[in-house]
Write a protein that binds this ligand. Structure first.
Ligand SMILES: *Cc1c(COP(=O)(O)O)cnc(C)c1O
Length: 390
């Protein structure tokens, strides 16, 4: 095996069938605008996750922006948002001139803590300043504790947006992530479980709202025989070529989920006996797409997380820290934040201990063996685990 070859964290994995849809678009010269692949891709995603409708857009970030605007988020409003996530979850809150309030994770799912959420809503209610929306992120394929979260949000009558960018193919009590709140969003960025090279989808059972989103995403052209505009619009739609890639990718989603789960299970089998290592668990009654295999390293057991990441980097293996909580980002300095408990900051701890391992569904057995063996090497170099490894 080529030593120089890099094992990437989550590279695109084409099925081969993408060319057929792209060719159809070329044959009909339907390169732009929109077109039959876009319409079909929307229908296919909606039926695959079990919602009434979907709007294909050019990124997951755009889908979040549209969802927030549909809920009327504007200057001076607040939106409660998971703190342990990629910055793209929260940037659209800023686009609209609103303020995020960050909610900590809880230890079982690493996702939004229902008890921190409830405290934040109680405080907001006491201030007569309830948030316009709750933005719940389903991290690394793990769906949040949605029953608890929805119960709390219903009690305060605040609508929920699910950022399921990382969780297409995951379910919670039989329901797809992204379909339980008012709106859900998916991303088809190059690193996600399926990709259009770049793209996103807004889903909902509210067709009327989706029509509005489609209108805003297409430059908000009013119904007239000239160019007439009465609202701010965006150029957010997905191209017919990229939607073609998405259709072929969606056909193999189930296989991609199976591969990623297998990769997770392999890592767990070989590495879970190492001192200080615990893998992200899977909530009962939920099914994770295991987008990225994530684990925690307890440094009190004598291993340094940064040393391990550097060691893997030297071996051309792309492993990463888990997301840095947004309330710790310079961009969000001074932003309100609710911890899981007063003295228990779960997301901060997950950031301090957590790493993600290469998890691409196209990864070969040899590539995964390389990652596993380098990690085992790292542990024996540190004289911690001699001979105990299978
Ligand atoms: C990737 C990602 C996004 C953004 O999706 P893009 O398509 O890259 O704009 C949003 N939220 C989370 C949690 C993500 O992982």
């Amino acid at each position: 095996m080529n030593k120089k070859e890099t094992v990437y964290l989550s590279p695109p994995h084409m099925s081969g069938n993408e060319q057929k849809y792209i060719q159809d678009a070329f044959d009909s010269n339907w390169i732009a605008p929109l077109g039959p692949n876009v319409d079909q891709f929307e229908k296919e995603v909606a039926s695959s996750v079990g919602v009434k409708g979907a709007v294909a857009v050019n990124s997951g970030t755009a889908a979040i922006h549209l969802a927030l605007r549909l809920l009327g988020v504007g200057p001076g409003d607040t939106v409660l948002c998971s703190t342990l996530t990629f910055v793209a979850s929260a940037n659209p809150i800023l686009y609209l001139g609103a303020k995020p309030v960050f909610i900590d994770s809880e230890p079982d799912t690493w996702n939004m803590s229902p008890q921190a959420l409830e405290r934040a809503l109680k405080d907001a209610k006491a201030d007569s300043a309830l948030p316009k929306a709750i933005l719940v992120v389903h991290l690394y394929g793990q769906i949040s504790k949605m029953d608890e979260i929805l119960n709390i949000c219903n009690k305060f009558s605040v609508p929920v947006i699910e950022d399921a960018a990382e969780s297409l193919g995951s379910t919670y009590k039989g329901r797809a992530g992204g379909t339980m709140g008012e709106f859900g969003i998916y991303s088809f960025n190059g690193n996600k479980i399926i990709t259009t090279s770049g793209g996103g989808m807004l889903v909902s059972n509210n067709q009327h709202a989706l029509d509005k989103a489609r209108f805003w995403a297409t430059q908000a052209k009013d119904n007239a025989d000239h160019y007439e505009h009465s609202e701010i619009g965006f150029n957010y739609r997905m191209s017919n070529i990229l939607a073609g890639i998405g259709r072929a990718q969606l056909e193999v989603l189930e296989h991609r989920v199976q591969s990623r789960r297998l990769i997770f299970n392999q890592y767990k089998f070989y590495l879970s006996g190492l001192p200080g290592i615990t893998f992200m668990s899977e909530l009962e009654n939920s099914f994770s797409n295991r987008w990225l295999t994530s684990l925690l390293i307890d440094e009190s057991q004598g291993v340094s997380k940064c040393d391990l990441l550097n060691f893997l980097h030297e071996a051309n293996i792309e492993a990463r820290h888990v997301w840095k909580p947004l309330h710790l980002q310079p961009l969000f300095k001074g932003t309100a934040y609710y911890p899981h408990n007063e003295d228990e900051h779960v997301a901060v701890e997950l950031f301090e201990k957590g790493i993600c391992l290469p998890s691409g569904s196209g990864m070969t057995k040899g590539q995964q063996a390389k990652v596993i063996n380098r990690i085992l090497d790292f542990f024996s170099i540190n004289d911690i685990c001699k001979g105990e490894i299978i």
